[in-house]
Ligand binder design. Sequence first.
Ligand code: UDP
Length: 564
Amino acid sequence: VQAVFRSNLSHLLELMGSGKESLIFMKKRTRRFTAQWTKAAKHLAQKLGDARRDQKQILVHIGFLTEESGDVFSPRVLKGGPLGEMVQWADILAALYVLGHSLRITVSLKELQSNLGVPPGRGNCPLTVPLPFDLIYTDYHGLQQMKQHMGLSFKKYRCRIRVIDTFGTEPAYNHEEYATLHGYRTNWGYWNLNPKQFMTMFPHTPDNSFMGFVSEELNETEKQLIKDSKASNMAVVYGKEASIWKLQGKEKFLAILNKYMEIHGTVYYESQRPPEVPAFVKNHGLLPQPEFQQLLRKAKLFIGFGFPYEGPAPLEAIANGCIFLQSRFSPPHSSLNHEFFRGKPTSREVFSQHPYAENFIGKPHVWTVDYNNSEEFEAAIKAIMNTQVDPYLPYEYTCTGMLERIHAYIQHQDFCVGPSPVPSGAHTSQSPFVLAPNATHLEWAQNISSVAGAWPPTHSLRAWLAAPGRACTDACLDHGLVCEPSFFPYLNSQDAFLKLQVPCDSTEWEMHHLYPAFAHPGQECYLQKEPLLFSCAGASTKYQRLCPCRDFLKGQVALCQGCL
Ligand code: UDP
């Protein structure tokens, strides 16, 4: 069956069921975005022409909403609990539905079992029941439930699963044996999935797929209206939970901010004013999303105190014409030094509250400063008050951008076939390797576009030998490119080192998340023995890593040029 774009979302709203506070929040959001999704569908339909798209049978199992995993969120929806997850799930559902796929949505174990065809109480039956779905979107909670209740089918069908994973899972943590041997064990990792099956909220690690969410897109008239009605001295504080106001040292910078601006908060409270929030702050309590947007439209500044990390709100603020001010983290926060990240399956270092805002948006919309430095902080406030900005939303966070990305994933990502074999001719192409001006970097301009069916298409591959201690994520960014882990197999050969003129004295195959790499003392070249361990993340001063990079579309880092 061919998938047909949908513009009426009322059937989706029915599919989403009812009752839970979280579902109500999500449905309101879906309703509010209907017009934008419809427009986006038209846009993408035009772009794709009459290219054939198969309709997929898709199960969406939102594990964290099931009672069996504690459903910790639903009761907190009205109290400022993490709404970010719900924003993302609502948008994923809308995108899948608008793309024309056939959807089932489950938020309880019972529904999951009946949809999987597993008889209740027979979770561990040794039979493999045929799976009636081409794709399953779930989260870590759901993954655990499926493992428990699918018996042998889980192993057989896990290649069809996609895991919505806000902060990301690095390959070293994903590979069970390797993680165990090398101390990368966590509460969440060791699933031995293809790392691209994990889908993140921001494009923070190219080892995973970037799923994202959407924010409201304004037309020119609306933008102008917002610009004209901004109160240049109005600031809104990022964060709905009172705990963020307990941050040490905030008195100093709050006092400075208070000199220049009227400070507004949206901190949840029951009957009294939360004691953590100073009296000079105008607290609105937790607002319904549309009212929160209205507040952002009037405000000039959206200010982060360092927590929560990497949520949707700063993007919404910037989309509504605010400037986002946030603190720089020095040293960076990570699972090694911060409670929040502890036990999460990533070593990623976070250099500010919202690295995406800092690195992908930046000035004039985003200012990242040292909050302990009063002069720097005060200068930023003054400068911000005098800076005019237009509302801005990166393309990848528009409905069209998200639709395009999910379409590409569904069309091209297939983890049920093994890693694509490297054709024998791939490394014997006549195209030369180009020696970059900087002698430690070599560019591989080899043309291996002939690898049929590879996605992303191999013509976008650019290989670089990273400097010692440099991760492939960073090495690629240094060249205006992004690391593409699915290209690692093309570099993982003696021939590739030869082409890059790396003087290997000897070559060895080992299991190591930094390989392929060149080790300096000893001039030894190491190749990767375990395809699951190919990793853009990770660095050691001992190694110069061989890195597969690719180009990307402006505003859509998940896709390369010609990737759709
Ligand atoms: N939000 C809201 N009311 C408020 C403040 C925020 O509905 O008073 C919404 C906001 O629009 C955003 C969502 O809460 O989409 C999540 O916000 P945040 O970035 O704080 O992420 P979280 O930490 O909740 O995941």
